[in-house]
Ligand binder design. Structure first.
Ligand code: DAH
Length: 345
């Protein structure tokens, strides 16, 4: 029996040494150490042994089991380590390979223009505020001195949602909202960029949705000359120190007097060309002194406070600045168009 056990031990260890597969190793474990294995079989014959021999043989059987088990475990570790090493070797990353360049996006040209204009006015002490795009008729028209039935409402064809609610047609309602918030007290200096909506057919110069930037300054002793000076600084910073401005009388219900500002044409330097329609001047924005009715409706005493306001279209400014000939480019977002405004290329 003793010999048979030793034989089994040698046989098993030999098999373990010869294998290099984890599956085979497991088969060996089951075959030799399992309940139906030869060692269990040998031990079954222990009944025939004498009482002295039995513990000796039992101890030997355990030794043999342990020896085989240890050998299997050692082999298993060895095989597992080899597998890991092989995997590591086959999956090595070549860190010297050049990387794939990641394409960097860029700000939309309109975003850039708006940020540039914001920076300019922030530098002059203005705050940037926002207002709702879905607006009440009251703020969009009435509070701006455009009562129901006023003919000038037709200047801005509107998308009405209900009789009293519409998509704002301009950013001017933010003037009324801001003044109202101030409760008739203290100075105001804001600009408000945002989207506006009009029932226009889209073409090269019209879009049913576009951007505006509104400006409003209210205080004691605010004069037309302050407006002119502000607009001049803006125009020269935006378009170049060599550009001139001129103010033409105009009409807006919320300002009195009202003006439109032109800048001198960069292409023909005032001589007349197709861009300025032979006039030498290009219209940039509308402005004026805040109408006393507008101040009063928002709670300001128009005897004590005066103000100026202006409204401009960043698309138009971007078109002039970058020579873009169709407003629809801003909204169709062809990547070839957008890429031209990247800082990275
Ligand atoms: N809201 C006007 C428009 O959309 C633009 C405008 C003109 C705004 C004069 C003003 C202003 O604040 O003073 O046509």
């Amino acid at each position: 029996m003793q010999e048979r056990l030793k034989e089994l031990q040698e046989e098993a260890i030999q098999k373990v040494e010869q294998t290099d597969s984890l599956k085979e190793l497991n088969d060996i474990r089951v075959a030799y150490l399992g309940k139906k294995g030869p060692i269990t079989e040998v031990l079954r014959g222990m009944g025939k042994l004498s009482a002295e021999e039995r513990p000796i043989m039992g101890a030997l059987a355990n030794e043999v089991r342990e020896a085989i088990s240890n050998k299997i475990e050692a082999k298993q570790n060895e095989l597992e380590e080899a597998a890991v090493n092989e995997k590591l070797a086959s999956e090595t990353i070549d860190v010297t390979l050049p990387g794939r360049p990641v394409r960097v996006g860029n700000h939309h040209p309109l975003t850039r223009i708006i940020e540039e204009i914001e920076d300019l006015f922030i530098g002059m002490g203005y705050r940037v505020v926002e207002g709702p795009e879905v607006e009440q008729d009251y703020y969009n028209f009435e509070a701006l001195n455009l009562p129901k039935g006023h003919p000038a409402r037709d200047m801005q064809d509107s998308f009405y949602i209900t009789e009293e609610i519409l998509m704002r047609t301009h950013t001017s309602p933010v003037q009324a909202r801001t003044m109202e918030k101030h409760d008739g007290k203290g100075p105001i200096k804001i600009i408000c960029p945002g989207k506006v909506y009009r029932r226009d057919n889209d073409d090269a110069t019209h879009s049913h949705q576009f951007m505006q930037i509104e400006g409003l300054v209210v205080g004691e002793n605010i004069r037309m000359s302050d407006l002119k000076g502000t607009l001049e600084v803006f125009a020269k910073k935006m378009f170049g120190e060599d550009r001139d401005i001129r103010l033409r009388p105009s009409f807006f219900p919320f300002t009195e007097p009202s003006v439109e500002m032109d800048i001198s044409c960069k292409i023909c330097h005032g001589h007349g060309c197709s861009v300025c329609k032979q006039t030498g001047w290009i219209e940039i924005l509308g402005a004026g002194m805040v109408h006393p009715n507008v101040l009063e409706m928002a709670g300001y005493d128009s005897k004590k406070y005066t103000g100026f306001a202006f409204g401009m279209g960043p698309e138009r400014i971007a078109m002039l600045k970058y020579g873009i000939d169709d407003i629809r480019h801003f909204y169709t977002n062809d990547v070839r168009f957008l890429k031209q405004f990247s800082k990275h290329e």
